[in-house]
Write a protein that binds this ligand. Structure first.
Ligand SMILES: *[C@@H]1O[C@H](CO)[C@@H](O)[C@H](O)[C@H]1NC(C)=O
Ligand SMILES: *[C@@H]1O[C@H](CO)[C@@H](O)[C@H](O)[C@H]1NC(C)=O
Ligand SMILES: *[C@@H]1O[C@H](CO)[C@@H](O)[C@H](O)[C@H]1NC(C)=O
Ligand SMILES: *[C@@H]1O[C@H](CO)[C@@H](O)[C@H](O)[C@H]1NC(C)=O
Length: 243
C-alpha cells in the first residue's frame, strides 16, 4: 500500500519534471538546448536574421573550464565587459540559440561542440554558453548605427551640438542640401530643437535614429538610380532590331 503511494509520487514527480523541462527548456532541431533564465519584457523586439547583437557571455566546457568570456578581460579584472557586435547570420550554435531572444534577456545554451568549432579540445563535448543580450539593433537600423558611431567622436553614446556641426562641415554637401531646402542657418540648433525629445541638448541613439528616419541622410553618389539601366548588350541588340 505504502509502496504504491510512493510509486505514484515518483511517477508524479517524474511527470512534473517532464512538464517542467518541456515548459522551460527548448531543444532546437539542431540540438541546441535553450534555457531562458531572465525572460524578456513583454513588448520586446525579437532577434532575427540580419540583425546586430551584442552579448555578454561566458562560454565554458561541460567540466566548467572557461573557453571564452566577455568578463574579466584584460589586466585589472574589468567588470565592465568588452562589448562588440556580431551579425545574426552564420548558423553557429550561438546564433541558433539566441534566435528570437530580446534585449535584456538571459539565456543559457547547451551547444553540441560541432555547432561551434572543430577544435579537437572541445570535440564531443557540450558547451555551456551563458549570455545576456546587451544590445540589439534591427537590420533596418544597421546603417544608422554606423552613422551614429561615426558622428559620436567622444564615444559617449550621445551626439551633441558640436558633433553635429563637425558632421555637417565634414559633409558639406549635406549642410548645403539641408540649408537650401529649409532656409535655416544653424542646422545643429534646429536638429537638436526638433529631435532632442528629453531636452538634454544631445541626441541619444533612439533620438538619432528617429532623426535619421526623418531627414534622409543619403550621400548624392549613393542615391539609387530612379530607373534601372538595361545592360549595354541588350540595348545594342534592340537598336539593331529596329534598323
Ligand atoms: C583578479 O581576480 C582574481 C580572481 O578573482 C584575483 O585573484 C586577482 O587578485 C584579481 N586581480 C586584480 C588586479 O584585481
Ligand atoms: C560571467 O562570469 C562573470 C564572472 O566570472 C559573472 O560576473 C557574470 O555574471 C557571468 N555572466 C554571464 C552572462 O554568465
Ligand atoms: C550653431 O549653434 C551652436 C549652439 O548655439 C553653436 O555652437 C554653433 O557654432 C552654431 N553653428 C553654426 C554653423 O553657426
Ligand atoms: C531617401 O532618399 C532616396 C534617394 O533620394 C530615396 O530613394 C528614398 O526613398 C528616401 N527614403 C526616405 C525614407 O525618404
Amino acid at each position: 500500500m505504502e509502496n504504491m503511494a510512493l510509486l505514484n509520487i515518483k511517477r508524479f514527480a517524474l511527470f512534473f519534471v517532464f512538464i517542467c523541462c518541456v515548459a522551460c527548456n527548448i531543444v532546437t532541431e539542431e540540438g541546441v538546448e535553450i534555457e531562458i533564465i531572465t525572460p524578456p519584457a513583454n513588448d520586446c523586439v525579437q532577434i532575427k536574421t540580419g540583425d546586430w547583437v551584442s552579448v555578454l557571455y561566458n562560454m565554458t566546457k561541460s567540466c566548467g573550464k572557461t573557453l571564452e568570456s566577455t568578463y574579466n578581460i584584460g589586466s585589472n579584472n574589468k567588470t565592465v565587459p568588452q562589448e562588440y557586435y556580431f551579425g545574426v547570420d552564420s548558423r553557429n550554435g550561438v546564433v541558433i540559440g539566441l534566435a528570437g531572444a530580446c534585449k535584456g534577456e538571459r539565456r543559457k545554451l547547451l551547444i553540441p561542440s560541432p555547432l561551434m568549432s572543430r577544435d579537437p579540445e572541445i570535440a564531443g563535448d557540450t558547451l555551456i554558453y551563458d549570455a545576456i543580450v546587451a544590445d540589439h539593433v534591427v537590420a533596418e537600423d544597421k546603417h544608422r548605427l554606423r552613422e551614429f558611431w561615426s558622428m559620436d567622436w567622444n564615444t559617449d553614446q550621445y551626439i551633441d551640438l558640436e558633433e553635429i556641426d563637425m558632421a555637417l562641415s565634414r559633409e558639406g554637401f549635406l549642410e548645403n542640401i539641408l540649408q537650401d531646402n529649409s532656409g535655416i542657418e544653424n542646422m545643429s540648433d534646429m536638429i537638436i530643437g526638433v529631435f532632442d525629445k528629453d531636452g538634454d541638448e544631445a541626441l541619444d541613439r533612439d533620438e538619432f535614429f528617429e532623426m535619421h528616419r526623418n531627414i534622409n541622410i543619403s550621400k548624392p553618389e549613393e542615391e539609387p538610380p530612379t530607373t534601372v539601366e538595361e545592360p549595354e548588350s541588350k540595348r545594342r541588340r534592340r537598336k539593331r532590331d529596329e534598323l
